[in-house]
Design a protein around this ligand. Structure first.
Ligand SMILES: Cc1cc2nc3c(=O)[nH]c(=O)nc-3n(C[C@H](O)[C@H](O)[C@H](O)COP(=O)(O)O)c2cc1C
Length: 339
């Protein structure tokens, strides 16, 4: 199977809600929710993609070449690339019936594992939407990062205990799902949480705790105060609020404020290994990728996910060679073109 085949298969399996565009940029699907789009005008998703494209790189190929190492240590484990699959939930409503939560998660968890990385898994209103992905993670020896919605405290803690029992690598909370009013309509409210409550939740587990959906220095500092292991600089792929900046725009100031104190992940519009290099240069430790992993999983199952991860990984290697970086710690703002 090659990536072209993955894309062709995905077109027939996903249904009308994702057109598997040549560039996954949020334009054709703008405002389509349920579906792939960004919320409202879709401007947040579109900006995520555009702002990354505006960043240009400085080439330097005069140096002694000793190979490239893209590996990274996180959660006490070594990964081949700083590239993780983002959590994708609500498969039926967003993609149609080809996969249920279990089938999709199997493709993600197993494909990422084979490529030497890992996937975040999702949560939802009914118990199964957390438990089925977690079962897959457990069967893969804990190789995944369950992502819990900001439900009421006791439910969050109970779900963390289940993640511990599954031997998960870490546990995350998409705090920005606090804006998903649809969940309240379905009878399960989510809400913003004060630092004290997040502190209590993070302290309730020995698993590394990651807060997904940080878009300001203030938010990042609160995550540090709460004792989080990491943050994901993210606007949920533009799906929770219209007219936000792109994560890549706020990344440098967040990195200056909390870099080194907490691991910084980022997502939103990252599509290529070159994009991965750009955000690492601007202060991220690692990236999450959302929609393209959906396409890879629908188009090729675990094999498609493995293939996609390795494709992005090889692009990262090529871009590192071209910018004079042999290992991830060599990557810094010097490789960004300042005009
Ligand atoms: C269909 C769909 C469902 C998603 N479901 C979740 C979810 O359940 N939990 C979560 O934290 N993020 C969810 N996200 C957001 C992604 O995890 C990620 O933040 C976003 O897709 C990154 O942007 P990208 O798709 O441009 O890479 C979802 C995104 C999409 C497109």
């Amino acid at each position: 199977m090659d990536y072209r085949e993955v894309l062709e298969n995905a077109k027939s399996r996903i249904g009308a809600k994702c057109r598997v565009c040549r560039e996954c940029n949020g334009i054709v699907c703008r405002g389509e929710l349920p579906g792939m789009g960004g919320k409202g005008t879709g401007s947040s998703f579109i900006r995520n993609f555009e702002k990354l494209n505006e960043i240009k790189l400085n080439m330097d190929t005069i140096y002694e070449f000793k190979g490239v190492d893209t590996s990274i240590e996180l959660f006490g484990k070594r990964f081949s690339f700083p590239i993780f699959a983002a959590p994708i939930g609500g498969l039926h409503i967003h993609y149609g019936n080809f996969y249920n939560d279990e089938g999709y998660t199997q493709a993600i968890v197993q494909g990422c594992k084979k490529a030497g990385t890992a996937g975040f898994t999702a949560d939802g209103v009914d118990d199964e939407s957390y438990d089925l992905p977690l079962k897959v993670v457990s069967e893969a020896g804990g190789w995944g990062i369950p992502t819990i919605k900001p439900w009421q405290k006791e439910e969050v803690k109970a779900k963390i205990k289940k993640a511990e029992a599954a031997g998960a690598l870490a546990v995350a909370m998409d705090i920005d799902a606090a804006g998903l009013t649809t969940l309240a309509l379905l009878g399960k409210p989510v809400s913003p949480k004060p630092v004290e409550e997040i502190k209590e939740i993070a302290a309730s587990t020995n698993l590394p705790f990651i807060i997904k959906g940080i878009m300001t220095v203030k938010g990042a500092m609160k995550a540090v105060e709460a004792g989080a292991y990491g943050i994901v600089v993210s606007n949920h792929g533009g799906r929770v609020q219209d007219h936000t900046p792109a994560p890549v725009e706020v990344l440098p100031e967040i990195s200056r404020a909390v870099g080194g104190k907490i691991k910084i992940f980022i997502d939103g519009g990252i599509r290529t290994g070159t994009d991965v290099l750009k955000v690492l240069a601007l202060g991220a430790d690692a990236v999450l990728i959302g929609r393209p992993y959906g396409v890879a999983a629908y188009g090729g199952g675990a094999e498609g996910v493995e293939l996609y991860t390795k494709k992005i990984g090889s692009e990262l290697i090529e871009a590192m060679i071209m910018t004079g970086c042999s290992k991830l710690s060599d990557i810094n703002e010097d490789i960004i073109y300042k005009g």
